[in-house]
Design a protein around this ligand. Sequence first.
Ligand code: NAD
Length: 503
Amino acid sequence: MKDIVMTAQTTLANLDLTSSELTGGTLAVHSPIDGSLLAEVHETPVSEMDAVFARSKAAFKAWRVVPAPRRGELIRLLGEELRAAKDDLGALVSWEAGKITSEGLGEVQEMIDICDFAVGLSRQLYGLTIASERPGHRMMETWHPAGPVGVISAFNFPVAVWSWNAAIALVCGDPVIWKPSEKSPLTAMACQKIFERALARFGDAPNNLLQTLIGGAALGGALVASEDVPVISATGSTRMGRAVAPIVAQRFGKCILELGGNNAMIVGPSADLEMAVRAIVFSAVGTAGQRCTTLRRLIVHNSIRSELVSRLKKAYAGLPIGNPLTEGTLIGPLVDEASGTAMTAALEAAKAEGGTVSGGDRVTEGVPAGVYMQPAIVEMPGQTATVKTETFAPILYVMGYDTFDDALELQNDVPQGLSSCVFTLNMREAEQFLTAAGSDCGIANVNIGPSGAEIGGAFGGEKETGGGRESGSDAWKAYMRRQTNTVNYSAELPLAQGVKFDI
Ligand code: NAD
């Protein structure tokens, strides 16, 4: 696959990455497409972190007093630079994360969309006015920038997750320190360059509004422990969140946690099966099952179970698996050998628990030298320990149900709480799914699969998914500090609650 590497090098050059940045370093970057070495990048020494924090604090002092709509102008320019770099950055996402071309480009489109959102937001960081109980007094609530924001991101959305955080944090007045996944440093380095293009056009921004750290968990650990970083937004596995959350809590920092999911679809007897099949296939096998919102559990009414499973098996049989850069491919590789091994182990465990596996074999013919797996459908006798565990690979567990209450029970009976959906034409089922007694997830959809959220809504989930919210709606509030103000414009000093304290 020499030509893939050569084209990757052209793309890297288009994105302003120089050969001295891409060679001679200690972190080797391999493409999941064929395992070829794309670069050897230089890691940020942990010993440099104090200087990183000092630079970010200095940037904060200057940036917090720049009017928010002017800060929005920087993000407007970032959106323009992302539009110009979309093809190259999208291609680099494909090389580094193994996504098919349209998903690599789609990820960059998501970055552009959040920039548009953040530009509008920069004029809408609204507080409240509150009725005061004291005469001649005015009460209000204002939102101020919080300080440097640490962003830790996962390999599977190597650039979109950064933009969800950075675009919002920057209009809120916060500099960003980004620790991307050690599996995807190149796309991060490219984003830093794109951001610098926007900065150059903006003109008078302080230095170091964005600092990108290259390295692994130790570097993330230093970021998380720093009292100079009041907000930590961490996206990744629940294992990572369990390590990060207590450290941030210990120093009274704020955490936005976006962790693992175990997303389900309930398919009722009235469902439009044509639509359901399309939604299931896209959300179960898209990005080779490596989305936090990937469909992993199918809870289907027993009266339609065998029909739906046979339709799915037919659809799975024709799925094009292979080089994600080739037109027509729908399923690319897993990120590395460890992911392939984890998928095989989960399938073995499911079999031992009584599951019947169809698919799930490694594909070696007609594909490059990466880890290509056939997506698996596993019919389970119940919701076993393996079904309750997130395996980051294209495995769809199928379980039957008789009553809608049983289906809801199964849907909620897992430790994770990210995304969920129901396919039904029964209005009662649809509405019940969205009530307090329905899905317990951060995202609950009707007649839409669990993956592919729009940036306008707040994104995140409950329970072991961590409780954080990012992106749209009022997620911006997590990047600011709230202040309650009371102004006395009278000549009296009345106390609240009728307290008398005459001196
Ligand atoms: P991961 O947990 O292995 O790594 C994620 C990031 O955390 C990396 O940058 C890593 O270096 C860093 N990290 C790991 N341990 C750390 C520690 N102790 N302290 C500080 N930083 C640490 O996850 P991954 O394999 O890259 O990504 C897959 C996981 O991410 C899946 O579980 C998936 O569901 C989850 N994910 C969740 C969302 C969401 O929005 N909820 C989005 C994307 C991915």
